[in-house]
Design a protein around this ligand. Sequence first.
Ligand code: SF4
Length: 254
Amino acid sequence: MEQDNEDLTLARIITETSGLGAGQLLEYMLERYGDGIALASSFGAEDQVLTDMLCGISDSPRIFTLDTGRLPEQTYDVMENTRKRYGVEIQIVFPEREKVEEMVNTWGPNLFYGSIEARKRCCGIRKIEPLKRVLRDLQAWICGLRAEQALTRTGLGRVEYDEQFGLLKVSPLADWTTKQVWDYIKERDVPYNALHDQGYPSIGCAPCTRAVGPGQDIRAGRWWWEEPEHKECGLHLKDADSANKEEVQNDGSA
Ligand code: SF4
């Protein structure tokens, strides 16, 4: 019954927002969910576009970020520049200290290079658990995903039901191109991560991100030692089955 209601809500939102631009979609969602919707920002180019749009709609949009403890310095710089530019409060969420300590003391600080399981264990503790804590209080979350970013994001809808976390997921830039993102940033002088100018189209944790060469895939520099179909940290899985498998790995029990 609950799922039926979710489906009806989703269908209505999709119908009512079809044809709206990204900013208008955000306006609609903010009006509908108020404090129950938040942007998850990692301060990448797409997130900066969404922050700029949100700050044009509301004086106090909800924005949060996951500080994994392994972010590049340039990400903290753009975080600070964004706070100053928009005067917006950004909720910075940390992983549980005990779990991080236990993990690095057991597996070493750079466990992620050892295997996909180890990498997912690290993402699970540093990203997914903190994300779950924030999402628990929300009805919808906003992400900067775009369909053309990765093999794992093909077919991405602008508004979807996120089975993994049990709430609506809004990706206003799902159908945007890289050019559209950068045209927006330049036109509006939006602050962005300096690493983007150094060959990093996609930026995550420092040890798991590197620059890409000309013509390489946008996410080729993320977990570059893994095959493309594995290149998600578990924040954006496509179905609940994958989520359950992820959960097992995150618990370190498989
Ligand atoms: S991206 Fe790398 S360092 Fe960051 S949480 Fe995942 S495995 Fe750990």
